[in-house]
Design a protein around this ligand. Structure first.
Ligand code: FNR
Length: 185
């Protein structure tokens, strides 16, 4: 049976470069693996009152089940004000609760950050890693995956046109699969 890896992009924007990177990865899944987008588009902001069984939104339950069902997770984060966009932090929070039911627990992970600028979302990349330590996600250390000039990489159909970035992402996926195989329980 295929191992399933969830791909989560931290942007709601229709033309998001993070989403485009995620869509590009799907075709890069090697034999024995399936890469699957887990959408954050309909996830309301976390409210601890929702931990009450009578108030939990259906969208939370669906999202938690989706994460629970995957074997590993790849996060693609843009950078907002040198940190993780709220939509992605919110997804981490929703998946971490109610207390004692952390759906991220032990799922081998990778972080890809990106930006139209040259710093490639470095700040977001490392803030995200801080939360993932607490959530007990073993995150691949190397290679670090930073993608700069995200606004120049895709054609009008959303296809990755940069051969260099394609090759870089293939190598990153290979490294992640090796990391996954080492860390899967
Ligand atoms: C940004 N952007 C940005 N870029 C960056 O390199 N460092 C930053 O700190 C920020 N801060 C920031 C804050 C806010 C509120 C917005 C809306 C944008 C620009 C950002 O990288 C750019 O909009 C990306 O295209 C967003 O990612 P998606 O939506 O293309 O995935």
């Amino acid at each position: 049976m295929n191992k399933i890896i969830g791909i989560l992009a931290g942007s709601l924007r229709k033309e998001s470069f993070s989403k485009k990177i995620g869509n590009t990865l799907i075709a890069m899944a090697p034999q024995g693996f399936e890469f699957k987008i887990i959408s954050l588009d309909d996830l309301p902001i976390y409210n601890q009152d929702f931990d009450d069984d009578n108030q939990v939104p259906v969208t939370y339950t669906t999202f938690r089940k989706e994460v629970q069902a995957v074997d590993g997770v790849i996060f693609i984060t843009p950078e907002y004000n040198r940190s993780v966009p709220a939509v992605l932090k919110n997804a981490l929070d929703v998946g971490s609760r109610p207390y004692g039911h952390n759906v991220w627990d032990s799922k081998p992970g990778a972080v890809i950050s990106n930006s139209p600028g040259n710093l490639s979302g470095f700040g977001a990349n490392h803030h995200l890693r801080q939360s993932l330590v607490f959530l007990n996600v073993p995150v691949m250390q190397q290679p670090e995956i930073y993608i700069a000039k995200s606004n120049e990489l895709f054609d009008e159909n959303g296809e990755l046109k940069s051969e260099g970035t394609k090759e870089f992402l293939h190598k990153a996926v290979d490294a992640y699969i090796a990391w996954f195989n080492k860390n899967v329980s």
